[in-house]
Design a protein around this ligand. Structure first.
Ligand SMILES: NC(=O)c1ccc[n+]([C@@H]2O[C@H](COP(=O)([O-])OP(=O)(O)OC[C@H]3O[C@@H](n4cnc5c(N)ncnc54)[C@H](O)[C@@H]3O)[C@@H](O)[C@H]2O)c1
Length: 426
C-alpha cells in the first residue's frame, strides 16, 4: 500500500529561525527544537522585563515557565516574534490579549500532569485509610504506636470523584484496580470508565462515599463547594481529599468536621493562599486557620505537589515543543490559549507546487472576500478560517504556485487593511 508522506513545510522568507528558551526548559525539548535546524539559545534563569525588551527583537519564538513575564512592553519590542510557548500549566504571566492582537499564538500544556495527580490521590486514599502518615510522624518523634483500630483496607470501599475530567477519569481506573467502587458527579453527562457510575447530584455522592476527592476547576460555581452543609452530608468517618484548587473547600468548616469526628481525616494539596516560593512559611499570616489545621490528627498537608513529577515535566516539554514546531512549520494553532484554533490536513510530498497561506487578521467583515480575490487565479485546495474575539485566522493551501509568485502573493496579502501577520509556508 502506498502511504502518502506529508511534505515538510518551511517559512518562505529566507530568514533562519532563532528561539530563546528561559527557565531551564527540559533538555529533550531543547533537542527537539534544535533538530528542526533552528538556532536555540537556552538559559537556566528567567529574564527581567528590561533584559527581554533589549534582546527579544532577535527571536522568532520564546519558551518560558511561570517566572518570565511577557508584558505589553516586551511584546512591542518583539518585532520578529511569531509564537510563545509556556512550558507549564498556567499562562497568566503572558499578556494574552496583546499577544493575540499582535498575531502571536501562545501554547501551554494544561493536562500533562493528570496521571501524576491521580497517582498522588491513590496514595492519599491508602495513607488516610491506614493512618500511616500519622504513624510515620509518631515514629519520627520516638513513639511506637502499633494499632489496627480505625485502619481499613480500601478494597470494597466507595470512592466519590467530583469532576470526571482528565484527572478524575484517570483516578477512576486506578481506584477500580484496587477493588474500590467508584461513583462520580459531574455537571455534564460523561461515559463512565470500567464499572464507575455517574450519580445525579453532589449530595447523592457525598451520602454514599467513604472517600470524596475533588477534581473540579476553580470557578464562581465551585467556590466553597464543600462547606458545612456538604460536610454534614458526608458519611460519618469518611475522608475528604482536595488536589483541585484551594478555594473549593471552606477550610474553617472542614476543621470543624474533623474536630467533631464527622470526617476521619483529610488530604489537602492546594490552599486559598499559597506561599510564593520554597522556604516561605506556611502559617496563620497566610491563612488564619493554618496552625489549627496542622495540629489535627490524620490530616495530610502537601505544598501543591499534585502534578510535580519528572514525568509531567518531560510531557510538558514534549507537548509544548511539538506545538511550537506545528505552528512554525505548518501554521497549526490547535491548543493555543489566546487564538482561534485552526489546522489543515498535511500537504503531501507529491504536491510540490503547493503553498500554505497563514493569514492572521482583524476579525471584521470583508476580509475573506479580499483575500480570496488575491487567491482566485489559483486552485484553493483547502481553506479554513476561525475567529476568537478581535482576531481571526485563515489557513489556505493553494496549488501550482511558481517560486517567483510566492513573495508577490505574500506582499499583496500583507498589504490588505485588516492584516496582522501573513506567513507563507512551502
Ligand atoms: N494539585 C495539583 O498540582 C494540580 C495539578 C493539575 C490540576 N489541578 C487541578 O485539578 C482540577 C481538575 O483538573 P482536570 O485537568 O481534571 O480538569 P478537567 O477540566 O479535565 O476536568 C474538570 C471536570 O470538572 C467538571 N466540573 C466543572 N464544574 C463542576 C461542578 N460544579 N460540579 C461537578 N463537576 C464540575 C467538568 O465538567 C470537568 O469534567 C483543576 O482545578 C486543576 O486546576 C491540580
Amino acid at each position: 500500500m502506498h502511504i502518502r508522506q506529508p511534505k515538510v513545510l518551511h517559512p518562505v522568507d529566507n530568514e533562519d529561525l532563532k528561539l530563546l528558551l528561559l527557565e531551564n526548559i527540559s533538555s529533550e525539548a531543547v533537542r527537539a527544537l534544535q533538530d528542526q535546524g533552528w538556532h536555540v539559545d537556552h538559559f537556566t534563569k528567567s529574564m527581567s522585563e528590561d533584559e527581554l525588551v533589549e534582546k527579544i527583537h532577535q527571536y522568532h519564538a520564546i519558551g518560558i515557565r511561570s517566572k518570565t513575564r511577557i508584558t505589553e512592553r516586551v511584546l512591542k519590542a518583539a518585532s520578529r516574534l511569531l509564537t510563545i510557548g509556556c512550558f507549564c500549566i498556567g499562562t497568566n504571566q503572558v499578556d494574552l490579549t496583546t499577544a493575540a492582537k499582535t498575531g502571536i499564538p501562545v501554547f501551554n500544556s494544561p493536562f500533562s500532569n493528570s496521571r501524576s495527580v491521580a497517582e498522588l490521590v491513590m496514595s492519599e486514599v491508602i495513607a488516610l485509610s491506614r493512618q500511616y502518615f500519622q504513624r510515620a510522624w509518631e515514629m519520627r518523634n520516638g513513639i511506637w504506636n502499633k494499632q489496627s483500630k480505625g485502619c481499613w483496607e480500601v478494597r470494597g470501599k466507595t470512592l466519590g470523584i467530583v469532576g470526571y475530567g482528565h484527572i478524575g477519569s484517570q483516578l477512576s481506573v486506578l481506584a477500580e484496580s484496587f477493588g474500590m467502587r467508584v461513583l462520580f458527579h459531574d455537571v455534564i453527562n460523561i461515559m463512565p470508565l470500567g464499572q464507575a457510575r455517574q450519580v445525579e447530584s453532589l449530595q447523592a455522592l457525598l451520602e454514599q462515599s467513604d472517600f470524596v476527592t475533588l477534581h473540579i476547576p476553580e470557578l464562581p460555581d465551585t467556590f466553597n463547594m464543600i462547606s458545612a452543609t456538604q460536610l454534614a452530608q458526608m458519611k460519618r468517618g469518611s475522608y475528604l481529599i482536595n488536589n483541585a484548587r484551594g478555594k473549593v473547600v471552606d477550610i474553617p468548616a472542614l476543621v470543624e468536621a474533623l474536630k467533631s469526628g464527622r470526617l476521619a481525616g483529610c488530604a489537602i494539596d492546594v490552599f486559598p493562599a499559597e506561599p510564593g516560593s520554597n522556604g516561605s512559611p506556611f502559617d496563620n499570616s497566610l491563612n488564619s486557620w493554618a496552625s489549627t489545621l496542622c495540629s489535627l490528627p490524620n490530616v495530610i498537608l502537601t505544598p501543591h505537589i499534585g502534578g510535580s513529577t519528572e514525568e509531567a515535566q518531560r510531557m510538558i516539554g514534549d507537548e509544548v515543543s511539538s506545538s511550537l514546531v506545528r505552528y512554525l512549520n505548518f501554521g497549526s494553532t490547535i491548543g493555543a490559549v489566546n487564538f482561534p484554533e485552526v489546522d489543515l490536513r498535511a500537504i503531501t510530498a507529491e504536491q510540490r507546487g503547493n503553498v500554505r497561506v497563514c493569514h492572521v487578521h482583524i476579525n471584521q467583515p470583508g476580509v475573506l472576500k479580499q483575500v480570496n480575490d488575491v487567491l482566485s487565479p489559483y486552485n484553493v485546495e483547502k481553506q479554513y478560517s476561525d475567529s476568537k474575539g478581535e482576531v481571526a485566522y485563515l489557513m489556505a493551501d493553494i496549488a501550482d504556485v511558481s517560486p517567483n509568485d510566492i513573495n508577490r502573493l505574500k506582499g499583496v496579502i500583507s498589504q490588505t487593511k485588516s492584516n496582522i501577520l501573513t506567513r507563507l509556508l512551502a
